[in-house]
Design a binder for this molecule. Structure first.
Ligand SMILES: [Zn+2]
Length: 435
């Protein structure tokens, strides 16, 4: 009898311990939801010839690449079928992204060079999407694998898989493999197309789809199995300011929105970088829905080929090159959760290219040195990380320097300083830190 009591007590203690361990494990272990797409986010067709156009790398990116400086992110590319010259141009595009975004976790890319459908230059997308519980992430939102790992600060190995981006490129295209952003009129710039496709793989994508139905086509934005949207679509809204995620999903009303030619990105840093007085940058939502093109590109008429933001348009033609991810795209990436590599989020122009800001970090004052020799007036705007204007001021340059004082009261934080030349309208944005 005594023996039974002893065992019973032990059993109770044991059960209690197991239960406590189980409960504490329940509290601390977050298991993400996952979705692995079967189709690439973007299928990029060859576009018309729109002239010989060259948008070079951002000056800071060029300087860092030429100096062989340590990039802000590490990409590990698994190449299949590439010729040496295609691989070298691919690596050049990778290096531009590596100097544009910041991640502590290596970004793994599976890149294939092979025959694709006629007229298709390439296709790409995230290898998988996951929900995150990391600080800076939103609950119940799908993040592309590379961004998820950046937010979590860890590889997602424990949740399966190592590859972050799948990218395919046509081996039948008449490519220009030079890296000087000057393709001839009969060749497609390979660096531009790789840069474009990697942009999708890093997060310029989502699940918007239109299904033919009578009497109305049915639109959906959320991934159907999990009913979860991608982070990109949390910023999409129509011309009346209604968020795309506010519509019933799936529904005919949502279908109408997807082909309305009236959709925009309302992400604070992206809108600030767009710099059109709060006007929102428009995305591609043509009257005929085009899977692989619609929603996840900037609107072509809004961003002509020579525009610095033209990289993420829905097609690429011969003779044009853009080697800059573009400030509104990088702004959107920042709002999605990416950190932007210092210096990458800027609009350069030759008249304001040699801008230095000191000290940075600053405490009570900032000196902006513009060694362009012009005695023009400048508009100075300081924005917080959410794109809110903290102050603006008109200043006349004196001995090549603009001086801003009385900044002691500002909260310690990251800001964006925008310097606009009143005469030419050109502007530059620099990240500054108050501490
Ligand atoms: Zn695309």
């Amino acid at each position: 009898m005594r023996k039974i009591t002893f065992n019973f007590k032990n059993l109770v203690v044991c059960l209690f311990l197991v239960l406590s361990l189980f409960l504490s494990a329940q509290e601390t272990t977050f298991v993400p939801q996952k979705y692995t797409p079967t189709e690439p986010g973007c299928v990029l067709p060859v576009g018309e010839f729109e002239g010989l156009v060259s948008v070079p790398r951002a000056l800071e990116t060029e300087a860092k690449m030429k100096a062989g400086a340590t990039p802000c992110a590490t990409f590990v590319v698994n190449y299949t079928g590439f010729t040496p010259e295609a691989q070298a141009a691919f690596q050049f595009a990778v290096d531009i992204w590596a100097n544009s975004i910041d991640s502590p976790v290596p970004i793994n890319v599976n890149a294939t060079f092979s025959s694709l459908d006629p007229g298709v230059l390439g296709s790409a997308g995230p290898a998988t999407f996951l929900t995150s519980s990391a600080s800076g992430s939103q609950p119940n939102i799908f993040y592309p694998a590379a961004l998820w790992e950046k937010l979590e600060g860890a590889d997602r190995g424990q949740f399966g898989g190592t590859n972050d981006i799948n990218a395919n490129f046509s081996s039948d295209t008449n490519w220009y493999y030079g890296t000087d952003a000057n393709p001839p009129s009969d060749q497609i710039d390979f660096v531009t197309v790789v840069l474009h496709e990697l942009g999708h793989g890093l997060g310029f994508t989502g699940f918007a789809d239109l299904t033919e139905s009578f009497p109305d086509d049915i639109g959906a934005v959320r991934e159907t199995n999990n009913n979860i949207p991608a982070i990109y679509d949390t910023f999409t809204e129509n011309g009346s300011g209604s968020a795309i995620l506010s519509f019933p999903d799936p529904s005919a009303a949502l279908g109408t929105e997807l082909v309305s030619n009236d959709l925009y990105i309302n992400a604070p840093t992206s809108v600030t970088q767009f710099g059109q007085g709060g006007t929102l940058p428009q995305i591609y939502a043509p009257a005929t829905f085009n899977g692989g093109s619609s929603i996840y590109h900037w609107n072509t008429p809004s961003f002509p080929i020579e525009n610095i933001n033209s990289l993420m348009r829905h097609q690429v033609g011969a003779g044009s090159a853009n080697h800059n991810p573009g400030p509104i795209t990088l702004g959107l990436f920042q709002d999605m959760g990416w950190s932007i590599c210092s210096g990458a989020l800027s609009v350069e122009d030759i008249t304001v290219s040699n801008v230095s800001i000191s000290p940075n970090p600053f405490r009570s004052s900032i000196s902006i040195n513009l060694s362009n020799g012009f005695n023009n007036d400048y508009e100075i705007g300081l924005f917080d990380i959410n794109g809110r204007l903290i102050f603006e001021n008109k200043k006349t340059i004196e001995n090549g320097t603009i001086f801003i004082a009385n900044l002691d009261q500002l909260e310690d934080a990251i800001y964006f300083l925008k310097v606009t030349n009143e005469t030419t309208g050109t502007s530059i944005v620099k990240k500054v830190i108050k501490n």
